[in-house]
Design a protein around this ligand. Structure first.
Ligand SMILES: CC(C)(COP(=O)(O)OP(=O)(O)OC[C@H]1O[C@@H](n2cnc3c(N)ncnc32)[C@H](O)[C@@H]1OP(=O)(O)O)[C@@H](O)C(=O)NCCC(=O)NCCS
Length: 423
């Protein structure tokens, strides 16, 4: 049975940060009612690849949800919202600062209407502090949470990472907070407000960089491939350094295309075997006993030469061939996988991480699967809803509205955008 069966979520989230969270909870079995502006989540139309069909941006983040459109700028829409609020365990939103308050629904008001409900909010910078009024998108959060200043090479510009740590990362943090608050509400009968700021989430994911920030007050950081010194202040960008105590780097392989690289960690325990294997091929048969690399401290000092030697060895192998050589030596390593590599990878398919779905308007498409595997509650992934697909169903089944009530609300514009007034 689904782990979250019986948990109802009033999901007012949009774009990526919130929908990532509610999709995961839906995959765990919660009944997620996507409560949409009658115009729909803006991502339905963003980066469209099939005319008139919901974009992949939307479909990949909104599976297993029901969609209801409600105009919160109408009195009748607000009544429907309150009725749903009273029937839900969780409400979640990631509007810009103050949007829900402007509708007349502060957390205090929501708590008064349903004392047991848990409320989740994602904001760029939280509800307090000098940045509280600012909106945020992924890269803004990466810029302000420490990810960009520590990503890239020292003499190049700061870079964003492809992984959506600002949006999807924040969604993950929110899911954890909601589940803890839900457990608390079940025990005490009292809901609470769960807030995750994207900037805070990025800082949490950059935790090891703040470890290094403090180390710099006491000395240099010898494992970094770029120069560091006591009192440096800012943690430098360090390319593909491993970020831990072990040395690591991406090694270029045959045929030397954009993703023909293998990431290798030269773990302390594997140096001897690695050096014995590559030494003869790079014309240093005694590499394993070479004093320049004898200890990890020496290898850190001479790591540019060590990487040059490993790259030289790698020249005649593809990333898969090099991996096959290094795996038996117990060297932690992984090929740089392109999106094409992953979409066609046997391991990925076998773990249900690239899932084929059907959609009435776009036909066959793929979603990245559920990364959290529950042994007794495996996720069954179903397609994202069309805009307002479940409005009638939710009104009748969840709220118990009869046909005439639904018709009257429709007539009053509770579920649609008001027609423009004639000039
Ligand atoms: C993402 C973000 C920048 C988008 O900004 P935006 O497109 O201006 O959207 P906002 O959330 O600020 O505003 C939504 C608007 O839709 C309206 N709206 C939303 N749901 C509605 C409904 N059911 N009925 C009527 N109107 C609705 C709101 O009233 C608001 O309009 P207003 O400004 O006139 O009050 C902003 O929502 C934000 O900063 N969110 C928090 C951080 C975040 O999650 N960012 C990452 C997104 S991946």
């Amino acid at each position: 049975m689904e782990a979250l069966k019986g948990v109802r979520i009033l999901d007012m989230t949009h774009v990526q940060a919130g929908p990532t969270c509610s999709q995961l909870l839906a995959w765990m079995g919660a009944d997620v009612i996507k409560f949409e502006n009658p115009q729909g989540d803006a991502t339905r139309g963003q980066l469209r690849d099939v005319p008139n069909a919901d974009s992949l941006y939307f479909t990949m983040l909104n599976c297993n949800k029901r969609s209801i459109t409600v105009n919160m700028k109408s009195l009748e829409g607000k009544t429907v919202f309150v009725d749903l609020l009273k029937k839900s365990d969780i409400i979640m939103e990631n509007f810009g600062p103050g949007v829900l308050d402007r509708f007349g629904f502060t957390w205090e008001k929501i708590h008064e209407l349903n004392p047991k409900i848990v409320m989740g909010s994602i904001k760029g910078f939280g509800s307090t502090g000098p940045y509280a009024d600012f909106k945020a998108y992924e890269n803004v959060a990466q810029a302000m949470g420490g990810a960009m200043s520590t990503t890239g090479v020292p003499d190049g510009p700061p870079f964003v990472t492809g992984a959506q740590i600002g949006d999807s990362g924040t969604g993950l943090h929110l899911a954890i907070g909601l589940l803890a608050a839900l457990r608390h509400a079940e025990r005490t009968g009292q809901g609470q407000y769960v807030e995750v700021a994207m900037m805070d989430g990025v800082m949490n994911l950059c935790r090891v960089k703040f470890r290094d920030h403090q180390r710099l007050t006491r000395g240099d950081m010898p494992e970094y491939s770029v120069p560091t010194y006591k009192g440096m202040g800012e943690v430098p960008r360090a390319g593909n350094d491993s970020g831990g105590g072990q040395l690591g780097n991406a090694i270029h392989c045959k045929p030397h295309g954009a993703n023909d690289w293998l990431y290798i960690v030269v773990q302390e325990a594997v140096w001897d075997a690695l050096a014995k294997r590559i030494g003869p091929d790079v014309h240093i048969p005694d590499l394993a006993t070479d004093s320049r690399f004898a200890t990890i401290a020496e290898r850190r000092k001479n790591q540019q030469l060590m990487w040059t030697l490993i790259n030289k060895f790698a020249e005649k192998y593809t990333k898969r061939e090099l991996m096959a050589i290094l795996n038996p030596l117990d060297v932690p390593c992984g090929p740089i996988m392109s999106t094409e590599d992953l979409a066609t990878d046997e391991h990925v398919r076998g773990r249900d991480m690239w899932v084929e779905l059907d959609h009435p308007k776009r036909g066959k498409w793929y979603n990245v699967g559920m990364p959290i595997k529950l042994s007794a509650s495996p996720a069954v992934i179903t397609r994202s809803p069309m805009l307002g697909e479940h409005t009638d169903e939710v009104l009748r089944e969840v709220l118990g509205y009869d046909e005439s009530k639904v018709a009257n609300l429709k007539q009053a514009g509770a579920f649609s955008i008001p027609p423009k007034k004639a000039a």
